[in-house]
Design a protein around this ligand. Structure first.
Ligand SMILES: [Cu+2]
Length: 281
């Protein structure tokens, strides 16, 4: 009996240590430092949907990612441009297609610094988004001064001098001020199909008014927004249909998988105990 007891006790000890480690790891992943998204990242803070109105929280959003880059306009200078991140990479945002009556998770990464010519003050306000706030996921200090907006915060407006560009769809009342060198997430829910325009409202183009150049050229600081019914889904949305069915990474999903592992270990532990007492006699 003594020779049998040693391996059993060893097994029990190993099971307890494993269970402890698993539990500890799940606690760490829950309470560890807040994950921050890189430019193309999609890791959001654990509470990222907490400020959405209750009826939107359980929805799986349709995801769209826009990127603002300064790119060569001609041989002597650059101009800012919106790109959309597709399965095949970045494409010029000549046309942004969005599904009607659907929760849309819009991530915008702005690789540009705050403008020295800010937009009219009203465009510092967030309007037309679900919950009235946008989430500042990531950001670095702008060249023109401190950003003044905490990373990981939901905000309904941003300081004028932090704004590099705006993503504005006037027809839908949407205005999203884009903080220089930041990643922001906004949720949209657009009622009514149709074709409209998006436009940056920061004078960031060329000419005396700075509304020329990129500001008046589709695929740069303006473009078409097509809000479509699911039956009118354009060809390119095939890839995004897969995207839409992929649920947002939720801290709950990783927790539930480690809970399953923990339960398995406890069950194994009970079996080992039962076997131990049965064979001891
Ligand atoms: Cu702009």
């Amino acid at each position: 009996m003594e020779s049998f007891r040693v391996p059993v006790l060893t097994a029990i000890f190993a099971a307890v240590v494993l269970a402890g480690l698993t539990f500890g790891m799940s606690m760490y992943s829950q309470n560890g430092t807040m994950p921050m998204a890189g430019p193309a990242g999609s890791v959001l803070p654990p509470n990222f949907t907490a400020s959405l109105p209750a009826n939107f929280r359980g929805m799986t959003p349709y995801k769209v990612t826009l990127v603002v880059l300064n790119v060569p306009w001609n041989s002597t200078g650059t101009q800012p441009a919106f790109y959309e991140l597709k399965d095949d990479g970045l494409v010029g945002a000549y046309n942004v297609s969005l599904p009607v009556n659907t929760l849309i998770q819009l991530t915008i990464a702005t690789f540009d610094t705050p403008s020295s010519t800010p937009p009219p003050t009203q465009y510092a306000n967030v309007t037309g988004v679900v919950g009235g706030n946008i989430l500042v996921v990531n950001g670095t200090i702008s060249l023109n001064g401190p950003m003044n907006v905490s990373v990981g915060q939901w905000v309904s407006s941003v300081p004028l001098d932090s704004i590099a560009h705006t993503f504005t769809i006037s027809q839908y009342g949407v205005n999203i001020p884009l903080i220089g060198t930041s990643v922001e997430v906004a949720y949209l829910y657009l009622n009514g199909t149709g074709v409209s325009q998006y436009q940056c409202m920061v004078p960031c183009g060329t000419g005396p008014s700075k509304f020329g150049g990129a500001m008046s050229t589709p695929g740069w600081m303006t473009g078409t927004v097509k809000v479509y019914a699911p039956s009118q889904a354009p060809q390119q949305q095939g890839a995004n249909a897969t995207n839409a069915s992929t649920s947002v990474q939720s801290p709950l999903s990783s927790d539930s998988s480690s809970t399953t592992v923990l339960l398995g270990i406890i069950v194994a532990l009970v079996i080992v105990f039962v076997l131990f007492f049965v064979y001891r006699k």
